[in-house]
Structures are given as C-alpha cells and as structure tokens.
Design a protein around this ligand. Sequence first.
Ligand code: FCB
Length: 473
Amino acid sequence: MTSHIPSFPADFVWGAGSSSYQIEGAVDADGRGPSVWDVFCTRPGAVVGGETGVHACDHYHRYQEDCAIMGRIGLKAYRFSVAWPRIFPDGTGTPNWAGLDFYSRLVDAMLAQGVQPWLTLFHWDMPQALQNRGGWLNRDSVQWFTDYAAAVTSHLADRVGHWMTLNEPQIYINLGHATGVHAPGLKLSMREQLLASHHTLMAHGSAVRAMRTAAKRPVQIGWAPVGRVDYPVTEHPDNVAAARRSTFSVDKPGHWTNTWFADPVIFGHYPEDGLAYYGAAVPRIRSGDMEMMCPPLDFYGLNIYSGAPVRAGPTGQPEAVPHPPGMPLTAFRWPVTPECLYWGPKFIAERYKLPVVVTENGMSNLDWPDVHGHVNDPQRIDFTRRYLLALSRAVAEGVPVQGYFHWSLLDNFEWAEGYKERFGLVHVDYATQKRTLKASAHWYARVIATGGASLVDGAVGATTVPKDAVVVN
Ligand code: FCB
C-alpha cells in the first residue's frame, strides 16, 4: 500500500460518469429515434438474458432525483452523454427540439446542485438511420457527426463548459465492427475496420472545429479514448522503458492501442509501426484527412480500468509478465491493478503533452441490499482507494491530472452483459427503480469533502476493516 499523503489540487475535479443508452430508458419519448443499440439488443443472443436499455434506470424521467443524489455525494462534476437519436431521430435534418430540451433541463438540474456538466457527444448510440446508410463506413459520417456536434454545442455551451467528442473509439471499432459483440454487430474485414476508424477520427477533428465556433465562448474540449496501459513490473529504468514502449506500440490484434487513435488526433499522422503492422489494410488517405483530425484539444480524457505488467527482455524489448495465480479480480474478472492509474496518466501526459482527466475508472461488484437495506461494497472502496492513491502519486510528481470520474454513478445497462455487472456508487433496483447509495458513495463523498486526504484513513497499517467501509447511517 502506498504510504505517501495524498495531495490533489484544490480545484481537482471529483466526478462520476454515465452514458445515455446505459441509464436513460424512455427510448420512444419525445420523438427519439432508434439507435444502433436498440436494434442490436433485439438480436437473439446479443445481450445476456435478452436484456435491453428500454427501461434501464429510467433516468430520463428521474433525472431530478439523480441530480439530487449527485449533490448528496458532493460531486464537483458529472460526465454524461447525449443520445444522438434524441437530437437527430432520422440521422439528419432539423434537430429535435424536445431532445435538446431534455439535456437543457438535465444540465440546469445539475447546476442547481453545484455539479459541473461534462458532456460526451458519442458514447456509442448512433442513430440507426445513419447505420442504415453505412454508419462510420460512410465518409458522410464526418459531416453527420459535425452537424450533430454543432447543434448540441450551440444549444448547451452557454452552460456546459467541458466537452468530449468520442468515447473509446478502440472499443466501438473492435467490438462493434470486428468481433460483432457490440452494436452495430458487424464483423468486417481489417480494411473496413480501419476505414470506419479513419472516418471516426476525421469526425472528431471536424466536430471540434465546429464546436469552437458554435460555442460562442471558450469551452474546454477533449475526448475519452481507452487504450492499453502496460506498467513496469518493477521500477527499474529498463522495465519502465519497456512498459512505455509497449504502451505506445501497435503490435496486437483488437485495436487495443493508444497510438493508432491518438497520434492522428494529437500529431496528425498515423504511427509508423501501425502502418507497417496493418500494411495493405490501411485505407487510402486523401489529402486533408490527417490535417482534419488534429485541431488542438484542451485535455486528454483517459478511461482506465486495468493494466498489464511488462518487463524488459534480454535486448530491452517489452515482455508481458503474466499476472500471478489468485490475482485480485473484480466481478467482471478484470484484474485489480492500481499501478495503471499512476503509469497511464504519466505516460500519456509525457507523450501527448496535454492535461489528463481520468474520464472513467471503477469496478463491477456483486452488490445487493442487506436485510437492513444497506449496500455494503468494501471491495469497491478498497479498489477505488488503491487506484486514487496511485493517481495521487502521479499528481504529487507533477503529472498534470485535472480530474477523476468514477464509473459509474448508478448501476446500469452494461452493454452485452446486460444488467449483471453493477458498476454504480448507487445501487439500482431495476424492478422498482429505487436508488440506494452504497457504502462506497458515502465513502467517496468523504474523499471529495476532504480533497482526497481521507484516502489514508484506516488504510495504512490497518488490521481491521476500515470504519468507513460499512454504512453506519
Ligand atoms: C467502458 C465504457 C462504459 C462502461 C465501462 C464499464 O468501456 O465506456 O460505458 O461500459 O467500460
């Protein structure tokens, strides 16, 4: 366990996150059109138990209660996404006023609680009408996304100061377009996968430019990719160099790479090793494409859940080190590796020279209300404590980390896993829609209120369960 005193700047952004399809429900309300996820969920076998986002957390109707919960936890910020098919039900044309109005009311309710809105434009729910025209495979997707981004920005930028374009392009390209386990459920050739990826990066860049104009005031714009974090198995400089090298290489299947996506967005070119790795599958790059991808950003969002240990081999080359048997795992069977929240932000900030915001981090856990109605989730508290201590080391060493968003505020619809994975600080009983703050929500409230100082309470040298790991109210 890290033993330094955690230090976070006074203006550190303590947040939690969610996304539209995972919580909103109300899929037919106020003129919303179908998204690729609505359609994908109807495919037999696509989602565990045949579950869907039709009701989810019914956040669309309960957003005021949910914003009050944010206030109770003392969140400084809340990251949410806009459902594109609420704004453009048919994909193009005139924006749907009722859809824009919902997000306007949501933003007002957040601000009334003293919570800053952080808005993601694309968290995977593309209008099905656009998918029917080829989705990201169609070069017109660049303009579709730009028009959507401009419409939302011009409506909300008077109150929303922080914006993200894309959430995890690595995942929707891989799971949505290569393996088919996420919407739109395609299994395309590598050439087509890379074409969809090329267009989505162009859409990002084009949207950023349109948003700066539409905002009519300076706003902070970033994005929220995921990517692999390989961390050194020990802090020997050779291992550190090897971990950095493999974190920034393109040498594995599955689009599990930082640089193929981020080098174009930040530097305006694809990485050399990626061009060699993909070879003939790289799409034709037209003049102006790369320049379009890289307008300046204000921050680099990072979704980080786990990392993999790496050491330097005999010639210094990175070698994966297997996790030991019996490794701590979350309910999703993801390894618990707090180191990634030190090394990930550090490596990314060094390479891309932008302030970093951890836009997602958290864990799924087997939570249920006990006989008293309390939800005790000591594993989530321990996980988050360890990860935040690792992050605080990065902060203490001068890595420019501006904020941390816990995934997630509420238990929600976990894509192809349906409702079986619970990531929330707040338990949701889907039958009654009752919300219950878990012990971790109370614990996180205290972390926020103390600016991170309470992270060491009961942790260093503790021989018993920390007193804040159980609900006492
Ligand atoms: C990320 C997604 C988010 C959620 C978490 C657990 O990949 O961005 O929507 O599913 O994983």
